[in-house]
Design a protein around this ligand. Structure first.
Ligand code: PMP
Length: 282
């Protein structure tokens, strides 16, 4: 893949971009990340992603590598150098490189910062939105701090792979009590049989999706009823519609779960209306 990455102060061709094998992101997944959607050259929900980044760093006690204004300039420059109009910007910050030892390096080392940006094929995304996607479910076997956006994504990777091998797009995790927590890289939503929008409440068991927050605000602004209450797989099967939200997908309709069609088995109107409002608001 061609392209340019920012790595610790330098812009490098991807093929030559790299960090030390002693980087703690590589050794321990001791790193956080963020993803900004880019539409028409602009960052989506910019402030929300920055706020979550600072929170993730704070929770892991990784020092902020630079001020938000400087980091923003790096994101925009990486986007520019990769000529991204519609796509995503990826940022990863690790605790830095140090001889392998579980405890934090003492004295502390500088965090490693990498930024990449890539275009996403909008025709493919639109076609997927129009078709809708299928999900399967699997037990949520992740750790107890899914609210921190760390690069420790092995359960998510395995869940996605299982979904793909089953011919589905994604996997929705099912946690304690049989409640759906979230997708492997997205928040899960239904329009329940009473017509209310439902998504799991904020807790340590889900990532506090920035797109989730934007959609809650938009739905309320459009006089839609939103409840932050968990739902089961049975609730999904009885729902009028379902969708997932993420920075890269906005709102993607989910038309079946574990092989059972949801609603009439077609992408729902509410997800489409909200998505249109989201794009307009951006
Ligand atoms: N949950 C998980 C596990 C994710 O990886 C993501 C995407 N990063 C989301 C939810 C959605 O978050 P956002 O809307 O901020 O992209």
């Amino acid at each position: 893949m061609s392209g340019v990455a920012y790595v610790n102060g330098a812009y490098l061709p991807l093929a030559r971009a790299g960090v030390s094998i002693e980087d703690r992101g590589f050794q321990f997944a001791d790193a956080v990340y963020e993803v900004w959607g880019v539409r028409d050259g602009r960052l989506m929900d910019e402030a929300g992603h920055f706020a979550r980044l600072w929170r993730s760093l704070k929770e892991l006690r990784i020092a902020a590598p630079m001020a938000q204004t400087s980091l923003r300039a790096v994101l925009l420059e990486t986007k520019r150098r990769n000529r991204v109009r519609d796509g995503i910007i990826y940022l990863q910050i690790s605790r830095g490189a140090a001889p392998r030892d579980h405890g934090f390096p003492n004295p502390p080392v500088s965090p490693s910062v990498i930024v990449t940006a890539k275009s996403l094929d909008q025709r493919k995304i639109t076609a997927r939105m129009e078709r809708g996607v299928s999900v399967i479910t699997a037990p949520d076997n992740r750790w107890g701090r899914c609210d921190i956006k760390t690069v420790g994504l092995l359960p998510n990777v395995l869940a996605r792979q299982t979904a793909m091998e089953a011919g589905a797009y994604d996997c929705w995790f099912v946690g304690t009590g049989g409640y759906v927590t979230e997708g492997s890289a997205s928040n899960a939503w239904i329009v329940d049989k009473s017509g209310a929008l439902r998504t799991a409440p904020l807790s340590a068991n889900i990532l506090h999706g920035v797109t989730r927050a934007a959609f809650i605000a938009l739905a309320r602004a459009h006089q839609m009823r939103v409840v932050e209450e968990s739902f089961t797989v049975a609730d999904v099967k009885e729902a009028r519609e379902a969708f997932l939200t993420s920075a890269s997908n906005a709102a993607l309709p989910v038309i079946s779960i574990d092989g059972t069609p949801i609603g009439d088995g077609k992408p729902g109107d509410i997800a489409a209306r909200l998505r249109a409002a989201y794009e307009r608001a951006a």
